[in-house]
Design a binder for this molecule. Sequence first.
Ligand SMILES: [Zn+2]
Length: 241
Amino acid sequence: MTELLHMRDNYQKSFDAKVVASGADYVTLDRTAFYPEGGGQSSDVGELSDGSRTVHVKEVRKVEGEVLHKIDGPPFAKGTSLHGEIDWNARYKCMRFHTAQHILSRYLQLNYGVETVGNSISSNESRADYSPLDSFEDEMKRNVEAGVNGLIRRNMDVEVRFMPRSEAISYLEQRGYQARYLEMVPKSVKEFRILLIGDYDAASCAGTHVANTKEIGGIQIGKSKNVGAGKRRIYFQLHSP
Ligand SMILES: [Zn+2]
């Protein structure tokens, strides 16, 4: 089992680790700061080095519980000590996008009664799917954008809390946060990572987020389209802080 350093520290940019397994185009490490693709957030990219050879990490994926770092060179042998650096520019954009998506989702839930049914967070574009939401005309788009940017400007602290499964579910349900999707998490997951944005939003999420909403800057909502069964996909971009 690889220790996932990002679960407790979203600002760790580099780390030291040992190779525990390797394949033709990947290595598995005892610990990593790389975010493996999942929960709608794209994987980190970056570099791994043994001091004499540096390889590019193209993608990091969880496969049957193992975290595979896909690399563009021959694998390192088991037991090799490596230094890892994540592409911080790309990761930090994901953190800003992902935190903004939580606020956008909560805003739409509270003001329009729609739930988030999917999301895709990457460093250059992000989107989320909402249901039921058949239309998203210009006036609503402007109102949502202004509402979300007003919340971002409250400079709310973002906190991570770990809770046992049943406690996490009742915590979210009692406070009216979206909790239905938690039933889909495999029963083997005993501890949930709850992300709190000030007193505005709480959600179970393993993704990476900023420490304060002021780091997001602001969002600009772009196009949207129907993706079937009352679902609408909304795209958004970031403004600099
Ligand atoms: Zn999240």
